[in-house]
Design a protein around this ligand. Structure first.
Ligand code: DGP
Length: 117
């Protein structure tokens, strides 16, 4: 899988071609606000490398996914929702509701999410 996909909207954000409200960035991870927020806090945390879905992850990416969760946790804490709680979601393919095929973790908080299902 190529590191960057020129047709991928999130790769465009990572490259700086498409503007975003970026909250966090390091060598391998970026986090920005979702353009269509489903909660008062709705941030997307993603790897800079173009990995389309969870199905495409290799064992060597386990650490990367762990670091993404830690970035999400720290952003939730910084937004003041850690104690009341928040939701981390990764949609996978059609039935999972994935629209953008660049792996991303949704961080949703600031309201009660209720039970799933
Ligand atoms: P998913 O359904 O899991 O693939 O979620 C994709 C999310 O990406 C959706 O909540 C809207 C968001 N999104 C789509 N295009 C853009 C964009 O250009 N900028 C930002 N910030 N978010 C976007």
């Amino acid at each position: 899988m190529p590191d960057h996909d020129p047709d991928c909207i999130f790769c465009g954000i990572i490259a700086g071609r498409i503007p975003s409200d970026t909250l966090y960035e390091d060598d391998e991870i970026i986090a920005f606000r979702d353009i269509s927020p489903a909660a008062p806090l709705h941030v997307l945390v993603l790897p800079k490398a173009h990995i389309a879905t969870v199905n495409d992850l290799g064992a060597e990416e386990a650490g990367l996914i762990g670091r993404m969760v830690l970035v999400a946790r720290d952003l939730a804490a910084g937004a003041g929702v850690a104690r009341d709680g928040y939701r981390l979601v990764v949609n996978v393919n059609r039935d999972g509701g994935q629209i953008v095929f660049h792996l991303h973790l949704h961080v949703l908080g600031g309201r009660s999410m209720g039970a799933i299902g």
